[in-house]
Design a protein around this ligand. Structure first.
Ligand code: TYD
Ligand code: MG
Length: 454
């Protein structure tokens, strides 16, 4: 008889080990390791070879099977992030902080896909039917032909799905599901993994698309489940600042489309509404050009988005000055401060530095380096940049400015929104932008000298 082996699984990162310890060796968290029974022992030696998978030449696959037809919803922002609509038999994971609006988004998506002709079932493990119906009422979706189920048992859900044969099943959330053959509490890594595995298998075998909701831990990973990210075809994150009404749906993995694509929504009293011109939205809060404020022309996925960087510099009362960043990478900020200090001779010692991206947007591009440096300098010198100016460019450790991708698209978007001047690195594909003054620079020292006269 096969020996039953228990494993110890970290509930934070999903790492497994053969013995218990107080601290996870993989992620360093304390008290996150629990004992779990394995899902299955894997195929036994005997059964191997009985059901050999048939190999077919790659070339045979091509022309015969057309690419799967996608279904577009009426939500263009959602379709874009999915890579142009929902692919049949695909498994999608939507992650996000609790309360950010995942259920709202997916209920709206359910109604939208139902109206596009798909048979949709929405399974909620978090709310009672009455609550979901109340939400649908608020969103004005009561006439949508969406079926509703409130269920947490995976076995019951799979039975329901087998009977209903939907084109799309939405499961809210993966953390509330429990499989009775797994010996641990709902929300644990084993349970989440089992639920995701079963639902993904269902999607593949029956041709239904499955969208799963996953809550995100405070560290930013979908709870338990880097494992789940591997299983599904598409991983989307729904993010935004609680105090802002903007919400960004970002694809971090997509087997059927470009990753890093974003869709922008606004949370209103009647649900999420789409934002078709995000640049206008992110700049709308902007008043007169103020010291510390710089507009960056960025690229998110396939489209340009203008965002405003804001910096504040103040004398520090602490021996170790504060470096506080929202919406941008903290270590990248430190790098730019170091380059400003050692290459341009501008010290930030003894000064607290605060950097913020307006509107709750998060920027990941190194192309924003120059805009960050400009915001820091502008705040430090207490002088605003010339009005109607956008800035972009990557800064290398030597202080040189490096050209960035899609220069032309960045400039076009800036011009569309009324900007007349751009400061950018020399080199790169020259853009024929009519009526826009381009100031090209080769290194940070030139930039500091020309723009701030320092
Ligand atoms: P919800 O979709 O329940 O979040 P999640 O499923 O990610 O936990 O959204 C909850 C928040 O959204 C809640 O704070 C109220 C707000 N909201 C609106 O502002 N307008 C609306 O029309 C709805 C339905 C919710
Ligand atoms: Mg919810």
């Amino acid at each position: 008889m096969a020996k039953s082996v228990t494993t110890f699984v970290c509930q934070s990162c999903g790492a497994t080990s053969s013995k218990w310890s107080g601290r996870c060796e993989s992620c360093g968290e304390w008290n996150t390791i629990t004992e779990e029974k394995p899902l299955s022992q894997g195929p036994s030696k005997k059964s191997l070879g009985a059901m050999r998978g048939k190999a077919i030449p790659l070339t045979d696959l091509s022309t015969k099977e057309a690419p799967p037809p996608r279904t577009a919803s009426t939500m263009a922002e959602l379709d874009r992030v999915l890579g142009g609509g929902l692919v049949p038999a695909s498994a999608v994971l939507v992650g996000g902080d609790p309360g950010i609006g995942k259920s709202t988004l997916l209920l709206q998506a359910a109604a939208s896909f139902a109206k596009a002709g798909l048979k949709v079932i929405y399974i909620s493990g978090e709310e009672a039917s009455a609550q979901v119906r109340l939400r649908a009422q608020r969103l004005g979706l009561t006439d949508a032909p969406v079926k509703l189920a409130t269920e947490t048992s995976l076995r019951d859900i799979l039975t329901t799905l087998d009977e209903e044969q939907p084109d799309l099943a939405i499961v809210d959330s993966i953390q509330t599901m429990w499989a009775d053959n797994v010996d641990s509490a709902p929300g644990s890594v084993s349970q989440v993994r089992a639920a995701a595995h079963e639902l993904t298998t269902f999607a593949k075998s029956r041709g239904s698309a499955v969208i799963m909701v996953g809550h995100v831990t405070k560290e930013g990973a979908i709870a338990g489940p880097r494992v789940v990210e591997h299983m599904v075809d598409t991983v989307l994150y729904f993010e935004g600042e609680r105090g802002h009404q903007f919400r960004i749906l970002r694809s971090v993995k997509n087997r059927f489309g470009p990753a890093d694509e974003i869709g922008v929504f606004e949370m209103t009293g009647a649900g999420l509404s789409e934002v078709t011109n995000p640049s206008a939205l992110f700049l709308s809060e902007r008043g007169q050009p103020a010291p510390g404020s710089v507009v960056f022309s960025g690229i998110e996925g396939t489209r340009p988005v203008l965002v405003e960087f804001q910096a504040l510099i103040s004398p520090s009362p602490h021996s170790q000055p504060r470096r506080s960043v929202v919406g941008w990478d903290g270590s990248r900020l430190n790098m730019i401060l170091a380059v400003l200090e050692s290459r341009c001779g501008i010290p930030f010692a003894g000064l607290d530095v605060y950097l913020n991206v307006a509107g709750g947007m998060r920027v990941n591009e190194p192309a924003a380096d120059l805009a960050v440096a400009a915001a820091l300098l502008s705040a430090r010198e207490d002088t605003g940049l010339p009005a109607e100016t956008v800035v972009f460019g990557e800064i290398s450790l030597s202080g040189a400015l490096r050209p960035v991708s899609q220069t032309e698209n960045r400039l076009k978007e800036a011009q569309k929104l009324g900007f007349s001047t751009a400061i950018l690195p020399t080199g790169g594909k020259a853009a024929a932008t009519q009526g826009m003054a381009l100031t090209r620079m080769g290194d940070l020292t030139t930039f500091v000298g020309e723009v701030f006269g320092a």
